[in-house]
Design a protein around this ligand. Structure first.
Ligand SMILES: Nc1nc2c(ncn2[C@@H]2O[C@H](COP(=O)(O)OP(=O)(O)OP(=O)(O)O)[C@@H](O)[C@H]2O)c(=O)[nH]1
Ligand SMILES: [Mg+2]
Length: 432
């Protein structure tokens, strides 16, 4: 009996021993329990990006951080210093490879001041996968280091899929706004019969979007209302992003800061001629506005970009507004809102098919001094069917661009870059 118990005790001890060995072996075979990204100095995850304050907060720099790699000693990662109140002079913009910080693309969140700015997208729920592509491009090439917010606007409620997909892709906070009916409908002064006849006629003449009511609401909304949506009232600058656009080069500096610190109010990457069938009387309306409001016309304006005969006729040149970085405060100014009200009263959004691109461009060219309009040569961009790709090889290599310079639209026949180069000579040649 005693010998039998001893044998049981031996079995139990052996079982304990085997279990202990098994536990230690399995534990040491999987030593990486921490996301390695988190061990890198300044390493980021989507969650960390979200936690990063976009504009107001100021977080202290780790006083022990000396720039060395402490991964091996598992020193806590440095907390990036970000905030609206930081001195821009201490964080110069990395505009060229010689500037400090140019090579910091993979060291996590960019330190320095932030501007009160947001991305903004008007979209339908059905645009979700196309806007997902655009967001991914913008985040990969720029915003993953900055965490700027993103505002989505729609004339219908956004659905859960749209919100879930876009929020998962954006590094900053996301906001979803429903557009008020009066900003997406016919104003009372529009004669419905007349507007209907125009649509039927344009359909027959096969004018693109000529028979569409929603396209007209979209153009009027982008011309006169997006910047006064309640969500947009929280910001001073915007960057417009449309579904299915591409960015081809890394952006090493903060374009919002560039705009703010250089007093720029409007910017573009592509300019071209408008389809005249869509705006036959737009210039007459503009001339009426200029006559009624000479006080809003800038002295050093860009009439030479819009007209080849001193303002008598419009040459159809405009900045392509599916890409814009601009000042919301300028769009909310009395000058711009007087301009929009005047055009809106004339009814061309519905009696013709005025696009927001010529509407914004004419306003910028007439009401802003030349030096407040900027051409971002280094932001390489595609919206079907046109590409802006910097032609300078060194710039493309420095910015790791993946566009073919032969696709660059700037010098092609339908582009308006030739007049702006002449007209904005001083600005463009010095800044690109
Ligand atoms: N919510 C909403 N958004 C719209 C509607 N129509 C267009 N949009 C958005 O308005 C912007 C411009 O519309 P697009 O259809 O891209 O117009 P476009 O750029 O002139 O034409 P494309 O060459 O087709 O891109 C895009 O961001 C669209 O997602 C609409 O009826 N409702
Ligand atoms: Mg588009």
């Amino acid at each position: 009996m005693a010998a039998g118990s001893a044998r049981y005790v031996r079995y139990i001890l052996i079982a304990f021993f085997v279990l202990a060995v098994f536990y230690f072996v399995s534990d040491s075979s999987n030593p990486v329990r921490v996301n390695p990204e988190l061990l890198k100095p300044g390493g980021t995850t989507a969650e960390q990006h979200k936690a990063t304050p976009g504009k107001d907060a100021q977080t202290p720099v780790n006083p022990h951080h000396d720039g060395a790699d402490h991964t091996a000693t598992k020193e806590k990662p440095k907390t990036p210093k970000v905030g609206a109140n930081l001195d821009p002079a201490e964080y110069p913009l990395a505009m060229t490879p010689n500037d400090p910080g140019f090579n910091d693309l993979n060291t996590g969140i960019a330190e320095g001041p932030r501007v009160n700015a947001t991305f903004v997208t008007l979209a339908r729920n059905s645009d979700v996968w196309e806007i997902a592509e655009s967001i991914r491009q913008v985040e990969d090439r720029f915003n993953r280091r900055y965490g700027y917010d993103w505002v989505f606007l729609n004339d219908q409620e956004f659905d859960e899929t749209f919100k879930k997909v876009t929020t998962s892709l954006c590094s900053g906070k996301t906001h979803y706004g429903l557009i008020a009916k009066e900003h997406w409908s016919f104003p009372p002064h529009i004669d419905q019969e007349k507007a209907k006849k125009v649509r039927e006629d344009m359909k027959e003449r096969k004018i693109i979007y000529g028979d569409s009511i929603s396209y007209r609401h979209m153009c009027r909304f982008e011309s006169g209302f997006f910047f006064r949506q309640p969500l947009m009232m929280n910001y001073e600058y915007y960057w417009r992003v449309e579904p299915s656009v591409k960015l081809f080069c890394d952006i090493h500096y903060d374009p919002f800061r560039f705009m703010h610190e250089n007093g720029k109010k409007y910017s573009f990457v592509l300019s071209l001629y408008e389809y005249i069938e869509t705006i036959p009387t737009l210039w007459d309306s503009v001339k009426k506005f200029m006559k009624n409001h000479p006080e809003h016309i800038a002295e050093d304006n860009s009439m030479g970009f819009l007209s080849d005969d001193g303002g008598e006729t419009y040459n159809k040149c405009h900045f392509w507004s599916n890409f814009e970085i601009g000042s919301l405060e300028w769009l909310r100014s009395k000058a711009y809102t007087d301009y929009f009200e005047s055009l809106d009263q004339d009814g061309g959004f519905f009696y013709e098919r005025w696009g927001d691109a010529p509407v914004h461009s004419i306003a910028a060219a007439l009401m802003l001094p030349k030096e407040q309009i900027h051409f971002f040569n280094d932001i390489a961009y595609w919206h079907v069917p046109f590409t802006h790709c910097p032609t300078g090889e060194k710039l493309r290599m420095d910015l790791k661009c993946h566009c073919n310079p032969k696709d660059n639209f700037d010098w092609k026949g339908y582009s308006c870059m030739f007049p702006p180069i002449l007209h904005f000579k001083k600005d463009i040649l010095l800044t690109c």
